[in-house]
Design a protein around this ligand. Sequence first.
Ligand code: HXC
Length: 523
Amino acid sequence: MNLIFCSSHIRKHVTLCLKRTYSTIEIKRQQAFQGGGKEKQHAQHNKGKLTARERLTLLLDTNSFREYDTFVEHQCHDFGMQDKKYAGDGVVTGHGTIHGRRVFVYSQDFTVLGGSLSKSNAQKILKIMDQAMAVRAPIIGLQDSGGARIQEGVDSLAGYADIFQKNVLASGVIPQLSLIMGPCAGGAVYSPALTDFTFMVRNTSHMFVTGPDVVKAVTNENVSQETLGGAKTHTTKSGVAHNDFANDIEGLQGMRDLFGYLPLHNQDSIPTLPCDDPIDRADQALDTIIPSDPFKAYDMREVVDRIVDSHSFFEIAPKFAQNIIVGFGRLGGQSIGVVANQPLISSGALDMDASVKAARFIRFCDAFNIPLVTLVDVPGFMPGTQQEHAGIIRHGAKLVYAYCEATVPKLTVITRKAYGGAYIVMSSKHLRGDYNVAWPSAEIAVMGAAGAADVVFRNHPDKKAMEQEYRNKFSTPLMAASRGYLDDIIEPRSTRTRLIEQLQLLKTKSIQNPWKKHGSIPL
Ligand code: HXC
């Protein structure tokens, strides 16, 4: 009897203890969900920003988020930090899905000590970077942080260093994406800079190596945060960020859209969606899109839109180096990377920014096996002392390097001009192009007829006649086709169908570059 009483007493006691423990855990969990507290969350909302958790809810599929390290706290005891502990320590980490596909995420919580990076906070990020690499899934970082946690000194610097190191090891293995949604200052900027694509939210996000106060102290310049490192600056001038968005919601939707084009890792198959745009759709408007006047511009963006699956083009860096267009699209449902000269801006000439923009995009596509479709209308590299003195040779070489190195299927359509070195560079047959075609309007020559006549016929008694002869010879794609440098001359309306056929054919393409530790790209 006594024994029975005793065991029921113990059971009750254990149950009570467990209940207490559960409620302590629950309280802690609820505290973590509150981040820095209601007041700080209001302040965040008043700035037009969502909280770290609200952002994850919008980024990921409903109920797909699984959080890690909710209970992690910092271990700092200096400067009164022992009294400033928050469950989760200013960053929310874990994994979830986007369109049903696995992704790892971290979201910095500005309401907790300004989202600053502590040793513990860095370890949370590093843990999910390791997991992302182990299971081969992309990682998205939502940045909103005052940078290294000042109270922790070198420990937080070490945290950043470890993140950089892992960013580099993951580069080319899994896609790494960054969305800047608040401050991102100091050395902290180099983690997003090492990732593949960086998006920013207008007005609320800023990136700079040194802020306005330091700039004033060192260079005596007065500059606002916005001018120094706002979304407009980085998407139009510096090229540090690729795309910008009006607010958090649009930025997160943009990330979801971009994610849909990318394989999960460098050995994954290319995402292919069901396609309701007929693969044999002939677009007659393309037959007349090239103006009869060779000096008149037209919008290459329209050409891209008419060729790819309807509404599938997602342009990357649309406001930077607008003389070249790069972005993801779909052909017959399959992701492709598009690179296209834009005759509307600087006649489509290649300058330094355009070369670097395209080279980086091409290398990303090649690393992740995304086929490249190149549309060519290029009068050459941009002349002038500004470009020469700033290194157009060095920067242009990056584009040459990227195309030469790429082993993915490379499909090229010359719509109009393909002159000089720029003809070679823009994924020509000579750089291992797999399918190189031209529209009847193509002109493939060392330079335009007038320029050529000025050089080689300047003393000729009938310079005009010679210029015309040069024009007749090279203002058609026939000469290049007769040498086999073009695989065909096609009707513009059939471009979509031809490209889709070739993509199917090239699915089993397999070529390897010679073994090397790594190349020495002219950086
Ligand atoms: C610790 C920080 C912090 C930091 C902000 N906070 N940054 N705590 N370390 N780096 C805290 C603030 O003390 C404040 O705490 C809370 O976060 C919100 O900050 P506010 O200043 O009130 O917010 P706001 O006015 O919006 O200004 C945001 C800010 C500013 C522009 C980011 O806080 C700022 O300038 N912070 C310092 C930025 C910086 O210099 N970081 C170091 C960069 S160097 P309370 O308790 O008052 O709410 C770096 C090196 C990396 O990161 C090296 C890698 C190699």
